[in-house]
Design a protein around this ligand. Structure first.
Ligand SMILES: [Ca+2]
Ligand SMILES: [Ca+2]
Length: 196
């Protein structure tokens, strides 16, 4: 930090002006820790990056990645965009271990003010492209993502006919999926995976 000082005489005495210059390292590609390895974008688990992610509110889960529960409810698109701007993605459950981690994360928010449902968080999957065909935000068929557990009676595309239907995926507190309208507002979880 640099200080500059200027003294100015005036009728009611002397005024001292202090100027401070604060240099903050820029947040950019270099600081995000995302590097390109053989054509794929991967998040490394490097110490610096881990520290930077935790400053952003991301929580490490051993062997899986970094996760952030966003308690300010947004639409599915808003959630998608928010994760993207954090160089992360809307979470998709890839294993029982990850389901358990997300259940624990959700438990830390027993109520979510402003959420359409108190028991649901948006996940990174939809059938926006083709009705009934669920794909992840990485464009992987949801049934190939490593974990797929639907709530009883779901997905049901409820309301199709007099509404756009339900094309976005949310998880319950028990880490069961169900389809909901994309325009409702829910909390959501962003993830930065260790393995890309
Ligand atoms: Ca649907
Ligand atoms: Ca549904």
């Amino acid at each position: 930090m640099d200080f500059n000082q200027r003294i100015e005489a005036s009728e009611d005495g002397e005024k001292v002006h202090l100027y401070a210059t604060v240099i903050i390292p820029p947040a950019g590609p270099g600081s995000s820790g995302v590097s390109t390895v053989s054509g794929e974008t991967r998040a490394s688990a490097g110490g610096d990056e881990g520290a930077a992610l935790q400053v952003q509110g991301y929580r490490p889960v051993a062997g899986l990645g970094y996760y952030k529960f966003h308690a300010l409810p947004l639409t599915w698109y808003g959630a998608l965009k928010t994760c993207y701007t954090e160089a992360a993605q809307l979470a998709v459950i890839g294993s029982e271990a990850e389901a358990a981690a997300l259940r624990r994360l959700f438990q830390e928010h027993p109520s979510v003010p402003g959420a359409h449902y108190d028991y649901a968080a948006f996940m990174g999957a939809s059938d926006l492209e083709h009705e009934g065909v669920y794909v992840t935000v990485d464009d992987v068929p949801l049934q190939d993502a490593g974990y797929l557990r639907w709530q009883d009676g779901q997905p049901n595309n409820y309301g199709r006919g007099d509404s756009p239907g339900q094309d976005c995926i949310a998880m319950t507190r028990q880490a069961e999926y169900f389809d909901v309208e994309c325009y409702i507002k829910l909390p959501f979880i962003c993830e930065r995976r260790l393995d890309g």
